[in-house]
Write a protein that binds this ligand. Sequence first.
Ligand SMILES: [Zn+2]
Ligand SMILES: [Zn+2]
Length: 255
Amino acid sequence: MNIKTLGAHNCESRNTKLTTLLIDDIIAIDAGALTSSLTFTAQRKLKAILLTHQHYDHIKDIPTIAFNSAMAWTTINIFSTPPVYEALSLILGNKLYPNFLEFPQENPALKFNLIEPYKPEQIEGYSILPLPVNHSTPTVGYHVTSPDGKTVFYTGDTGPGLKDCWQRISPQLLITEVSASNRFEELYKRRGHFTPDLLKEELASFRKLKGYLPRVVIIHMNPGLEAETKAELATVAQDLNHPITLAHEGMKIRL
Ligand SMILES: [Zn+2]
Ligand SMILES: [Zn+2]
């Protein structure tokens, strides 16, 4: 499995893009940086987009990828839970743009597929298990198993309390978020995000339960706090005696 972190931040600029993963060129998880990162040729390879939740930094490029898909006469499958679908209907109606679920009439650019937490799905040959995490709006993380048995769990935006997730999965790779440095712990915990020390507790609970730690990659960093966050994560890695990698735009991970 080849994973590319197209966007690794929670604030967009010329140098930082919004959280998006691309698996083996065909499945994206979240859509903060699809059209802004991929060439038209790469966009045409995309078969499915899995959305973790409805926050704008995770769905931003849905209308633009839909438009390009309409122009290329292709269809992209979108997967999400019902609350995300409802929120998306604000931008997928006819008010802001054509309704890409019905346009072009003969071959709509988007096909929507509702999923349920805990219910496994087969998508493009990959086994996908959506698991609820702890964020300020309903959010699922995705455990993905490739056809050759490689496994990754991407949490989406989440704060502490993932013990239920850990009990259900044993991924080789964990991609999770750290949105701010330790001095913002109180605020970010309330909003359902990790800081380095909150992540440390969560990883310790994983190790206690499972007897190992997966490879850990961090995304959804706040660019303004990144240097501070990086230094604090280095301390966490040292304390846990386990490497923690900060993602960057275009980073490739091979499993
Ligand atoms: Zn969010
Ligand atoms: Zn976010």
